[in-house]
Design a binder for this molecule. Structure first.
Ligand SMILES: *Cc1c(COP(=O)(O)O)cnc(C)c1O
Length: 324
C-alpha cells in the first residue's frame, strides 16, 4: 500500500511507464499496476544485484519511462543521493522500495521517497504495516490522506474538514500493529546486533565449507538481516535443495520467478532483456535464518552446502587443486 499510494502521489498521467528491476518481490510490480501505470522490467547490476541509475537512464531513453521504482533487494541499500542526482538530471521520478531494508536504507535525499515494510519477515516487524518516508511535505500529506479514505483533515485546504478531497483507501497502520512496532523498536538494537552476529558466523562457516563456490551480494551485511540468500551455480543449487529437503532444512527461491515471468498472465508490460537477473537468479538460494539459529544448525547447513558444491575434482586429479 505504501508503494502504491506513493506512486499515486507522483501525479504522473495514467499509463505512465515505471521502471522496475526483474529481481524483486511481486509487490513492486503489482503496486505499479494498481497505481495505474505500466511496468518496464529492467536488468540489475551483477555485483549489487540492484537496478542502477545507469541502466535506468538507458531504459528510459528507449522507452520514455516517467518514473523508477528501485528496490533495495535483500535489504541492500541504494545511494539515494545518486538517485536524486539522476532525478534532477532526467526529470524522472524515483521511489525506493526498501521493504526489507529498515535500518540499512537511509533517506538522504528529500526528493526520493523510501518505503519500508513492517511485515513479520522484515527487520522491524509489526506483523503487517509499512512506513513511507519522504522529505516532500506535499507527498507526505497526500499519502496520509490517501491512506485515510481521502478525507480532508486540513482546515487550511479550502474545503471543510471531514469532506472527501479525492478517493483514497484505508491503508492506515492499525493501533494494534503500531503497538507491536513500538515493542519491536524497543528491541531493535539488541536484535539487530544478534542478527548481524549470526549472519557473520553463518557466512564465514559457509565460505569455509565451500571455498570459492559461493557468490554473495556485494557490500556489507544489512543492519538487521532477516533472510539469508547466496548464489551457488547449478548443478550445486539443485543438489543443495535436494540434500536440504532430505534433512528437513527449508530453502526458498526468493524473488522467483523473476518479474518478467509473472508478467505474461497479468497485464501489458514492457520487458527489457534481463540476462544478468536471469544469471543471478539461476543460482540463488535462500537458506534458513532467524534470531534463534544455533551454531549447530549453521554447521549442519554448511555441511549440506559443502556436499552440494563439492566437485570431487580433488580425488580425480590433485594437481588441479589450485585452479579456481
Ligand atoms: C516484502 C516485500 C514487499 C512487500 O511488503 P509487505 O509489507 O508484505 O506488503 C515489497 N517489496 C519488497 C522488495 C519486499 O521484499
Amino acid at each position: 500500500m505504501g508503494l502504491e499510494l506513493t506512486l499515486h502521489c507522483l501525479g504522473l498521467p495514467p499509463g505512465s511507464k515505471v521502471i522496475v528491476p526483474a529481481l524483486t518481490f511481486v509487490a513492486s510490480f503489482t503496486a505499479i499496476i494498481r497505481a495505474g501505470h505500466v511496468p518496464v522490467i529492467a536488468d540489475i547490476d551483477p555485483e549489487s544485484w540492484l537496478l542502477t541509475p545507469e541502466t535506468a537512464s538507458d531504459v528510459a531513453a528507449q522507452t520514455g519511462a516517467a518514473a523508477v521504482l528501485a528496490v533495495a533487494a535483500f535489504g541492500k541499500p541504494h545511494d539515494t543521493k545518486r538517485w536524486s542526482a539522476f532525478r534532477k538530471k532526467t526529470g524522472i521520478e524515483v521511489v525506493i522500495d526498501a521493504a526489507g531494508a529498515f535500518g540499512s536504507q537511509w533517506v538522504e535525499a528529500a526528493d526520493v521517497p523510501v518505503i519500508y515494510s513492517l511485515h513479520a519477515t522484515k527487520s522491524l516487524a509489526a506483523g503487517e504495516g509499512g512506513i513511507v518516508v519522504s522529505g516532500n511535505p506535499a507527498i507526505n500529506a497526500r499519502v496520509r490522506q490517501l491512506s485515510n479514505f481521502g478525507i480532508n483533515l486540513d482546515p487550511e485546504a479550502g474545503l471543510p474538514t471531514g469532506h472527501l478531497s479525492f478517493v483514497g483507501s484505508n491503508a492506515k497502520l492499525s493501533e494494534y500493529h503500531a503497538a507491536v512496532a513500538h515493542a519491536s523498536l524497543d528491541q531493535w538494537h539488541l536484535h539487530a546486533g544478534q542478527r548481524q552476529k549470526i549472519y557473520r558466523t553463518y557466512r564465514e562457516t559457509l565460505d569455509a565449507a565451500c571455498g570459492d563456490k559461493l557468490q554473495w551480494q556485494s557490500g556489507s551485511a544489512p543492519a538487521a538481516p532477516t533472510i539469508f540468500c547466496v548464489r551457488m551455480a547449478e548443478p550445486a543449487r539443485n543438489r543443495m535443495e535436494k540434500i536440504c529437503q532430505s534433512r528437513h532444512i527449508a530453502t526458498r527461491r526468493w524473488y522467483q520467478p523473476l518479474l518478467h515471468k509473472h508478467a505474461e498472465q497479468v497485464t501489458p508490460t514492457i520487458k527489457m532483456p534481463v540476462p544478468i537477473a536471469e544469471s543471478i537468479a539461476s543460482g540463488l538460494i535462500g537458506l534458513p535464518f532467524s534470531l534463534f539459529l544455533s551454531s549447530d544448525e549453521i554447521t549442519r547447513i554448511a555441511e549440506a552446502a559443502r556436499q552440494a558444491t563439492a566437485t570431487h575434482r580433488k580425488q580425480l586429479s590433485p594437481h588441479l587443486d589450485h585452479h579456481g
